[in-house]
Design a protein around this ligand. Structure first.
Ligand code: AMP
Ligand code: ZN
Length: 111
């Protein structure tokens, strides 16, 4: 998508710290972290909402979570982590390209 910050990072059109990248998704550092480690796992397919994605990408969300778990130590998440997907206005979604927030590196607030 032309005007999407995450698509632009993937294509190298704007800078981003990419920690992992394959054809299906990438993991980048959040530019404005809300926790000591705050990463974003972003599928290659541009879609704003889970409701919009293809069956292949729906399966990919599960694969992404599995990959994150295998990279846990490498990503600085030795003691655990939290995964969040914001969807829509009430959740405070600001970038209209599905992404999983990966948060950790410290004790996170309970909710
Ligand atoms: P959300 O509010 O769930 O849509 O999350 C969007 C996230 O993307 C926010 O936490 C932003 O800090 C992050 N973000 C926005 N622009 C960039 C960027 N250029 N590089 C890395 N993270 C970004
Ligand atoms: Zn996009």
């Amino acid at each position: 998508m032309d005007n999407c910050v995450f698509c632009k990072i993937r294509k190298g059109e704007i800078p981003g710290t990419i920690l992992y990248k394959d054809e299906d998704f990438m993991i980048i550092k959040n530019i404005a972290p809300s926790s000591k480690v705050h990463l974003l796992a972003i599928p290659t397919e541009h879609a704003p909402f889970i409701a919009d994605i293809s069956e292949k990408s729906a399966e990919l969300l599960g694969k992404m979570m599995s990959k994150i778990s295998h990279m846990q130590e490498e990503l600085g998440l030795t003691n655990g982590y939290r995964l969040i997907i914001n969807q829509g206005e009430d959740a405070g979604q600001t970038v209209s390209h599905i992404h999983i927030h990966i948060m950790g590196g410290e004790k996170l607030a309970e909710f």
